[in-house]
Design a protein around this ligand. Structure first.
Ligand SMILES: Cc1cc2nc3c(=O)[nH]c(=O)nc-3n(C[C@H](O)[C@H](O)[C@H](O)COP(=O)(O)OP(=O)(O)OC[C@H]3O[C@@H](n4cnc5c(N)ncnc54)[C@H](O)[C@@H]3O)c2cc1C
Length: 450
């Protein structure tokens, strides 16, 4: 493999074939530099969309993709059905990216969910809205979303080189040298769209962080997000698959640090479901999670109801009484017998107990567990299970109005390589497309000399 030394980075005039040749070590092959107006590293949604929308007559655009075909992660998004965006008001999107809503504001407002839906509809792919406002292609096939992107790319004459992993990136006076295994490219404008670290088999394995670091950017700590959690001494392994709608989840590290409502799924070793996945960007090992089957605000009402049942229905089994938990105490909650038995077991109560035998101590333990069942996190699942990456290129070093680096002129960073992660529900793909579009608009301005 050719190694390029610092002289080759010193200025555009030095990056001549002669300069390149002079740098070769004995036994190295010489590869001539190929010139482009724009190079995009990564053929995921952000990179493809950026390249398509940067297209300008007479401008040579190259997309370099590590995998043998584009969009591997896009293809598995939404379990292969591609939850491409959300139907909500675009202003409401801003609350779905932790504290990065402000950074994403220009990108999201400049290219909204409506714009994205309209782009695909004009390209022949209708969209449908599913439960909770999630938007999917009407075919429910991620493949159709990807096909439209690649078809646009082909039509516009973009060059997409797959199976070409970028190995390094270097700054020259008036642009960049991008090197692969055995090829070198030069361009004035460069987009890093290499994604995060999750599901590394899709090709997004964190290479972009190294490229950005080489070019002077800071990278904030990388960790899995949109990830299930593993629970210590987990009591619900045999109830894996059980799910609950819209429960309050509270996160504690010494004191309460976050509260979130959402659906929860019991897995064989812990918790998942949108409510947990969305909260996972804040969760660390040893944190305490409390799940409220009954809202804490209804604690007194729950106590009154149990006391009344003990007084008037003393001969009835507690287990069957709990199956009739009134709607006003926890709207929508139906406690299954298996779960109720487990909650009684956790509360140290025999599930054959009659209401008249329920002591105040037992009742308080049961109420504690119904209003805030406490579990300790042993771990947040790793990048093989996480749908997103928390951390990445520091957003304070990127201009949110252009997606251009504040440190390196001509460098753009888009998509998950940045320290941006969204909730489940289509927020990540929308952000990837919106950032891709915003960078494209800035690149076009440069192409047109504005
Ligand atoms: C299982 C799963 C399901 C998901 N479902 C949804 C969903 O339904 N809705 C939603 O909004 N979000 C979903 N996401 C998240 C969403 O897919 C990502 O946020 C989005 O794909 C990020 O786009 P991107 O363009 O930034 O990066 P990526 O899609 O990760 O693309 C980056 C590309 O860069 C390439 N690359 C990396 N390094 C190099 C290199 N050195 N040289 C050349 N190429 C390189 C990679 O191979 C890859 O193709 C899901 C994620 C996962 C893992």
């Amino acid at each position: 493999m050719a190694v390029f030394h610092k002289e080759i980075h010193s200025g555009p005039d030095d990056v001549s074939e002669t300069a390149g040749r002079a740098e070769l070590l004995p036994g190295e092959e010489y590869h001539p530099i190929q010139d482009y107006d724009l190079i995009v590293i990564g053929a995921g949604p952000s990179g493809l969309f950026c390249a398509i929308n940067s297209s300008e007559k007479g401008k040579k655009i190259l997309i370099l993709e590590k995998k043998n075909s584009p969009g591997h992660k896009l293809l598995i998004s939404g379990s292969g059905q591609c939850n491409i965006t959300h139907s909500g008001d675009i202003q409401d999107f801003l609350d779905h990216y932790g504290d990065r809503g402000r950074f994403l504001r220009p990108a999201l407002l400049g290219f909204t969910n409506r714009d994205l839906i309209s782009f695909f509809e004009k390209s022949g792919l209708g969209m449908v809205e599913e439960k909770g406002g999630k938007i999917f292609p009407e075919s429910m096939q991620s493949r159709d979303v990807l096909n439209i992107l690649t078809a646009h790319g082909r039509k516009l004459g973009l060059e997409i080189k797959c199976g070409h992993a970028v190995k390094s990136v270097a700054r020259i006076d008036d642009g960049f040298i991008v090197s692969g295994e055995d090829e070198r490219y030069r361009s004035r404008q460069l987009v890093i769209a290499t994604g995060g670290c999750s599901y590394p088999a899709t090709g997004s394995s964190g290479d972009g962080y190294a490229f950005a670091r080489t070019l002077g950017h800071s990278i904030s700590e990388i960790a899995p997000a949109l990830s299930p959690v593993v629970i210590k001494e987990y009591p619900f392994s045999d109830l894996a698959g059980l799910s609950f709608s819209d429960l309050l989840i509270s996160l504690y590290r010494r004191s309460k640090i976050k509260e979130h409502r959402g659906d929860i799924l019991f897995t064989h070793d812990g918790l998942s479901g949108p409510g947990i996945l969305d909260l996972s960007r804040y969760i660390r090992a040893e944190d305490q999670i409390k799940i409220s089957f009954v809202p804490e605000a209804n604690r007194d009402a729950l106590e009154r109801w149990l006391v009344e049942k003990s007084q008037h229905d003393g001969g009835r089994r507690l287990l069957s009484v709990l199956a009739d938990l009134p709607h006003f105490l926890s709207p929508g909650l139906q406690l299954s017998v298996r779960l109720t038995k487990r909650l009684l077991q956790i509360s140290g109560i025999d599930f054959d107990l009659q209401m008249s035998q329920l002591t105040r101590v037992m009742r308080n333990r049961l109420i504690d567990n119904l209003t805030g069942l406490s579990m300790v996190v042993s771990d947040v699942c790793g990048f093989d299970a996480a749908m997103c990456t928390r951390g990445g290129v520091d957003t304070s070093e990127v201009n949110p109005k252009t997606m251009q680096s504040r440190l390196v002129q001509g460098l753009y960073l888009v998509g998950e390589v940045l320290d941006v992660d969204g909730d489940t529900g289509g927020y990540n793909l929308q952000a990837a497309f919106s950032m891709g579009m915003l960078a494209a608009r800035s690149i076009k301005r440069v192409f047109n000399g504005n």
